[in-house]
Design a protein around this ligand. Structure first.
Ligand code: ADP
Length: 166
C-alpha cells in the first residue's frame, strides 16, 4: 500500500520552517500531500491563490522527486481531509513545548475520530525553530526585514500585496 502523508497548514506565508518540514518528511512517504487550509470568515494575510502559488514555486525549488508531492486545498477538519486524500499519516512540525502540548492533544483527538490515521511529528531544525508565520506577518506589516524567515520570492510577493492594499 502506498504510504501517504498529509502536511496541513495555513502557509500564510510559507516560511523556511515549513519548507524544511516538507523536505524532511517527503523522504518518509511514497507521497506527501501539502494541504492549504481555507478558514471561512477569517481574513488571510495573503490571498489563497497567492499562498498556493508561492508554495508551489518554493516546493519546486527544493528539487525533490517531481511526483512525490501534491498541493491540495481543504476546509473542515484536518483529519477528514487527510482521510479523503487517502493519507494514513498527518505530519506536524514541533518547535517548542507549546507546539508539543497542543499537537499531542490534537493527535490523540484525531486518532480517536479516525483510528486509521496517525500523526508523525518532525522536530524543528536547529536555526529554524523560532520561525513562525504569525511573526513574519507582524514584522512585514511593520515594514521590518523578513529575509531571514522566508524565501526572496515570498518577500517580494508580500511587499507587492501590502502595497496593493495601502
Ligand atoms: P505557523 O504555525 O508558523 O503559523 P502553520 O499554522 O501554517 O504556520 O503551521 C503548519 C505546521 O508547520 C505546524 O505543524 C507547525 O508546527 C509547523 N511549523 C511552522 N513553522 C515551523 C518551523 N519553523 N519549524 C518546524 N515546524 C514548523
Amino acid at each position: 500500500m502506498e504510504r501517504i502523508g498529509f502536511y496541513p497548514g495555513s502557509f500564510d506565508p510559507v516560511t523556511f520552517g515549513h519548507l524544511d518540514i516538507i523536505r524532511r518528511s517527503e523522504k518518509l512517504f511514497d507521497k506527501l500531500i501539502v494541504g492549504v487550509g481555507i478558514h471561512h470568515g477569517k481574513t488571510p494575510f495573503l490571498q489563497f491563490d497567492v499562498r498556493i502559488d508561492l508554495l508551489r514555486g518554493q516546493i519546486k525549488a527544493l528539487k525533490l522527486a517531481s511526483d512525490s508531492i501534491d498541493i491540495r486545498t481543504f476546509d473542515g477538519l484536518t483529519v477528514d481531509a487527510a482521510d479523503s486524500f487517502g493519507a494514513q499519516f498527518i505530519v506536524r512540525g514541533l518547535r517548542d513545548s507549546t507546539d508539543f502540548d497542543y499537537e499531542v492533544q490534537m493527535a490523540g483527538t484525531n486518532s480517536q475520530m479516525i483510528g486509521s490515521i496517525d500523526t508523525v511529528f518532525i522536530p524543528a531544525s536547529t536555526g529554524l525553530r523560532h520561525i513562525a508565520a504569525k511573526f513574519v506577518r507582524q514584522i512585514a506589516q511593520l515594514d521590518g526585514d523578513i529575509t531571514a524567515f522566508v524565501p526572496a520570492e515570498v518577500v517580494s510577493e508580500i511587499k507587492r500585496s501590502l502595497n496593493a492594499h495601502q
